[in-house]
Design a protein around this ligand. Structure first.
Ligand SMILES: [Zn+2]
Length: 89
């Protein structure tokens, strides 16, 4: 049985432009989480997780604070989906 290879879910990733394996699961149950799951590959997601950890360390973010979560979500959207407006003109 190697059917699972053909059935491996892939996604045409908006970030790297390649068709690659999906991330394993939807990271969070929001509109943004759904868009990331449907449009971003597992490789780019792993890159974001590293970047996110650097941001958390750099800014000393507390993920129980709503402000910290919103900061990460907006960074994630820009990092993965590039839909947020640029920081400087
Ligand atoms: Zn990608």
């Amino acid at each position: 049985m190697c059917l699972y290879l053909a059935r491996m879910p892939t996604v045409h990733c908006v970030r790297c432009g390649q068709t690659r394996e999906r991330m394993a699961f939807q990271p969070f149950n929001t509109e943004l989480g759904r868009r990331v799951y449907e449009q971003v590959c597992g490789v780019c997601w792993a890159e974001w997780l590293q970047t996110q950890q650097q941001l958390i360390n750099h800014y000393g973010l507390n993920l129980r604070e709503q402000q910290s979560k919103e900061f990460l979500w907006s960074n994630m959207e820009q990092f993965l989906l590039k839909t947020a407006p640029p920081a400087a003109g």
